[in-house]
Ligand binder design. Structure first.
Ligand SMILES: Nc1ncnc2c1ncn2[C@@H]1O[C@H](COP(=O)(O)OP(=O)(O)OP(=O)(O)O)[C@@H](O)[C@H]1O
Length: 612
């Protein structure tokens, strides 16, 4: 290698190192924690209201724990003072038996409490997740347009899960912990107030230390989780887009990006570890300090005959019992901060209202014949940007209407309004003379079939996928539908025919095969009105021929709106609506429009001649 080449390699390597070390900037919009808000907490607590029996039982079980925590140290003290100090074997055995009984009770109460609080937590979480899913499923298209699917997923999964700890342990434990602390303090003061003051000097310090450290530790681990989910998201995207990466030869950049994420994750993990390591030893140290104070002053009181050995031991036990509730209260505080951020986001979704809803006086649309009318329809997705203006047309039952125009002209918007994914801003849409804004959504959509360009294939068998159009259809009906649209042949040729499992999004099937399946699905649903966004993907001549024939069967006898990309489909349409800038600029049959020699003529000349 020449000196220059070596120099270049060295400089590339150092550039790479520099790039890798440069701070990593992410765009995260989600807050990980929020300050305490009473209204949010009250709303969260309302999710526990349906389970009064579980809450009461869990609370009783925790009272059992509480009783043992409060009584046992006192009994140990009494055992020492009355039984051991005076060599009274019977008393010793009796105390021993009572203590064993108490600890057995504690064991039973703890097991029962853990079981009950888990039941409670899981039920609350399951209910909340169900409510969120049902609500999100009922929201209108604008909601899904405005946010990526990933962020909706995170809310339904992660945000709800992050409330789990609070509902499982937090609420019940914090009440018990408070009672425990108050109980211990009360007992200690009733036994000896001077010793109590000296012993408890260390407690506020313990509490602050536990709180501060746990806050830092939680934040540090939140950062680790955040980095991990970024790596997950990046990996998922990378794997899905692998073909594009390969075709644009972007592997090196991807590797560099991944390497940065990986390093960032490692650094964050080690930082979190650094915060976590001293927690245990520091807690022990503070505990030891408390015990030292207790024994230093206790021995002094012992000399003066103010306290007994048993009382000192009881105090030491009580002090030991302070740790668990203090630590747990710190944890609950942390859980509440995290819950505030998550629940705020969850409630934001739950409070979002669907824009397209059934009116109170909505009627069910009777079985339709298929006449469709747009009357001066106008629509904007966003304020100030019109997607459709003054669109009027009429389609008679059984007619095929082709919607054509350049990209962004408004064709899909017509379809979105007809299926009532949105309501028009102006004008009205009538089906068989009935304003669709006044009929129930279910009765309208169940009579409209939609075949999109990018056919959605669900994981399951081919049979399941076709039956999606009509869940009540028998196997024979499914096959008949496939036959009608010329899909039967290719399905039969698959390894397991109709029972072939199609993987996620139908990756095993070609574009054309997916379209044929969507035709079969639509014909099985047998809608009077059909909306079809014709696929643009180029398909081999044989499949293309099948699709053409399948399409003719599908359109037969239905009112169909086709965002048309094939000249053959357009040519056969009863009516062609030509869109530009959200308006209908020309209308007529293919022959009429070609003879007119206007916008449509130019469009066909430019766009469709190759597809004829
Ligand atoms: N969800 C949306 N939010 C905001 N604006 C939108 C949305 N969908 C479409 N638009 C805008 O509305 C206008 C009409 O879009 P539309 O999708 O109806 O066009 P199209 O003719 O179907 O185009 P294409 O042939 O590319 O699908 C465009 O200006 C587009 O940017």
């Amino acid at each position: 290698m020449s000196v220059n080449a070596k120099e270049q390699v060295r400089s590339e390597a150092s550039n790479r190192e520099e790039l890798l070390r440069a701070p990593f900037i992410y765009r995260d919009d989600e807050a990980l924690e929020k300050s305490f808000q009473f209204t949010l907490m009250k709303r969260l607590a309302s999710y526990m209201r349906p389970y009064p029996g579980l809450m009461a039982a869990a609370f009783c079980a925790t009272l059992g724990n509480l009783a043992v925590t409060l009584i046992a140290p006192y009994l140990v003290g009494r055992t020492i003072d009355t039984a051991i100090a005076h060599h009274r074997v019977h008393a010793l055995l009796a105390y021993g038996a009572i203590l064993i009984g108490l600890y057995l009770l504690n064991f039973a109460a703890s097991s029962f409490r853990i079981y009950l609080t888990n039941q409670l937590g899981q039920r609350v979480i399951q209910g909340l997740r169900r409510e969120l899913f049902v609500h999100v499923q009922g929201l209108s298209s604008d909601f899904f347009d405005a946010r990526p699917a990933g962020s909706i997923l995170v809310r339904i999964l992660n945000d709800v899960n992050s409330l789990q700890d609070l509902f499982t342990n937090g609420v019940i434990n914090s009440i018990t912990n408070l009672f425990t602390l108050i109980g211990i303090i009360a007992i200690m003061f009733s036994l000896n107030w001077q010793l109590s003051i000296v012993t408890l000097v260390v407690v506020p310090f313990m509490f602050m230390l536990s709180l501060r450290l746990t806050i830092q530790i939680r934040r540090a681990w939140q950062q680790v989780r955040l980095r991990l989910s970024r790596i997950n998201a990046h990996l998922a995207e990378g794997i899905q887009g692998m073909r594009v990466t390969e075709s644009y030869v972007r592997q090196d950049e991807n590797q560099m990006f991944f390497e940065k994420m990986n390093r960032d994750y490692m650094a964050t993990f080690l930082r979190a570890q650094r915060w976590s390591i001293p927690f245990g030893p520091l807690v022990d140290l503070t505990g030891a300090l408390g015990s030292a104070l207790l024994f230093w002053y206790g021995v002094h009181l012992l000399h003066n005959g103010v306290v007994t050995v048993g009382l000192l031991v009881a105090f030491a036990n009580y002090l030991g019992n302070f740790w668990t509730p203090i630590g747990q209260l710190g944890q609950v505080y942390n859980q509440i901060l995290v819950a505030m951020a998550s629940s705020e986001r969850i409630f934001q979704y739950l409070d979002t209202q669907a824009n397209v809803v059934d009116r109170d006086d909505a009627i069910a649309l009777p079985p339709i014949k298929g006449k469709v009318e747009f009357r001066s329809v106008g629509f904007s997705y966003e304020e100030g940007r019109r997607a459709l203006s003054d669109v009027s047309f009429e389609a008679l039952p059984g007619q095929t209407v082709a919607l054509v125009g350049h990209t962004g002209a408004g064709k899909s918007t017509v379809i979105n309004l007809l299926a009532r994914f949105y309501d028009p801003t102006e004008g009205s849409i009538l089906v068989d003379g009935k304003d669709i804004a006044k009929v129930s959504l279910d009765s309208l959509r169940s009579q409209i079939g939609i075949v999109l360009q990018d056919t959605f294939i669900f994981s399951g068998t081919i049979m399941d996928n076709i039956r999606y159009g009509n869940p009540a259809a028998s196997d024979e009906e499914v096959k008949a539908a496939a036959r009608a649209v010329y899909a039967h042949e290719f399905i039969e040729n698959l390894p397991e025919g109709y029972h072939t499992e199609v993987r996620e999004r139908g990756s095993r099937l070609s574009q054309g095969q997916r379209q044929l399946i969507s035709f079969a699905r639509a014909i099985l649903a047998d809608p009077r009105i059909l909306i079809l966004d014709e696929a643009t993907a180029s398909i081999d001549t044989y499949t293309e021929h099948l699709i053409q024939k399948g399409l003719n069967v599908l359109l037969e006898g239905r009112t169909a709106f086709v965002v048309a990309h094939r000249l053959s489909t357009i040519r056969d349409a009863h009516q062609i609506l030509v869109f530009d800038g959200g308006r209908i600029v020309e209308r007529g049959t293919h022959a009429q429009l070609m003879a007119h020699g206007g916008y449509y003529y130019d469009l066909v000349a430019a766009q469709y001649k190759f597809l004829a």
